[in-house]
Design a binder for this molecule. Structure first.
Ligand code: SIN
Ligand code: MN
Length: 279
């Protein structure tokens, strides 16, 4: 699938583009079924909320070799519906996945993500340039009360801001420091809530400033994120690299798969079962 000229212009101008109804209800249901299964697994690829043991983030669902592997996410990340727009946005056919993460912001328990740029962390991973794009997949209908994401339109044009490590608030990661953030909020257009029906996909720039609040509602806000990076922009070696499930070292260019992700899912599963049989 190719993005139109108007969609490419919107992405360059705003730092994101919304693609409604990119996935079907049946495809979304299968992904939710998979995440319900995976959230029971005891692994370091899964971060839990501070209270109640509820899954907050599940990493590395897109590979075959992972405790959190999922055939439908493997197929989704290579489907022309996602991979071709990513290739267009990055102007490069040879992409790999820096990581996938599924943020299960579950009713009542799902917690805040402070204002940040994703590239703040990825640059520290050793990635040289912010020429990366993320596909956000809505698996529920996000709402403001339910902790939807907020983007500051055009904030990607600020370039890469000096991040600060925040281990006090919620998820421990690199955020935009408060004085910088107050300045951005007073000089930019209002942050926009990113909402849509399940199956909506949003591509966004690695430098866009974004955040999301607590889920105060009675409805889950589950979302999946696939981060595409050109192989040519792979990370340099760093001291103490983060684990492979957040800083992938699989730099093989992704092969374009099929948009029939529910049937592809069975193909990968059969392949995996075949491997199991010969092990
Ligand atoms: C993120 O920005 O990385 C996650 C935010 C969210 O899922 O609300
Ligand atoms: Mn982020």
């Amino acid at each position: 699938m190719k993005l139109s000229g108007a969609q490419l212009t919107a992405y360059a101008r705003d730092g994101f583009v919304v693609l409604p109804s990119l996935l079907s209800g049946e495809e979304v249901q299968e992904m939710k079924r998979e995440l319900k299964r995976i959230q029971q697994i005891d692994t370091d690829h899964l971060v839990r909320e501070k209270t109640g043991g509820i899954a907050k983030t599940i990493y590395k669902v897109h590979e075959t070799q992972s405790p959190t592997a999922s055939p439908v996410f493997h197929a989704l990340s290579r489907a022309p519906r996602l991979l071709e727009p990513a290739q267009q946005l990055l102007n490069d056919p040879a992409l790999y996945i820096h990581h996938t993460k599924c943020n299960l912001k579950t009713a009542i328990d799902g917690s805040v993500w402070q204002w940040h740029q994703d590239f703040g962390t990825w640059h520290l991973d050793g990635v040289p340039n912010p020429t990366m794009t993320t596909a956000l997949v809505m698996l529920d209908e996000p709402t403001e009360m339910g902790g939807c994401l907020y983007f500051i339109p055009a904030s990607h044009k600020l370039g890469s801001l000096q991040p600060a490590f925040d281990d006090a608030t919620g998820y421990r990661f690199y955020v935009v420091p408060k004085p910088t953030m107050l300045d951005i909020l007073s000089t930019h257009p209002k942050a926009v809530p990113i909402m849509g029906a399940p199956g909506t996909v949003v591509f966004f720039d690695a430098n866009i400033v974004h955040s999301s609040g607590h889920n105060l509602s009675g409805d889950d806000r589950w979302q999946a994120y696939i981060v595409y990076n050109p192989v040519a922009n792979r990370p340099a070696d760093v001291e103490k690299p983060r684990p492979d499930y957040v800083r992938s070292t699989n730099f093989m260019p992704l092969q374009l798969g099929s948009d029939d992700i529910l049937n592809q899912r069975h193909a990968v599963h059969d392949y995996e079962s075949g491997l199991d049989a010969v092990r």
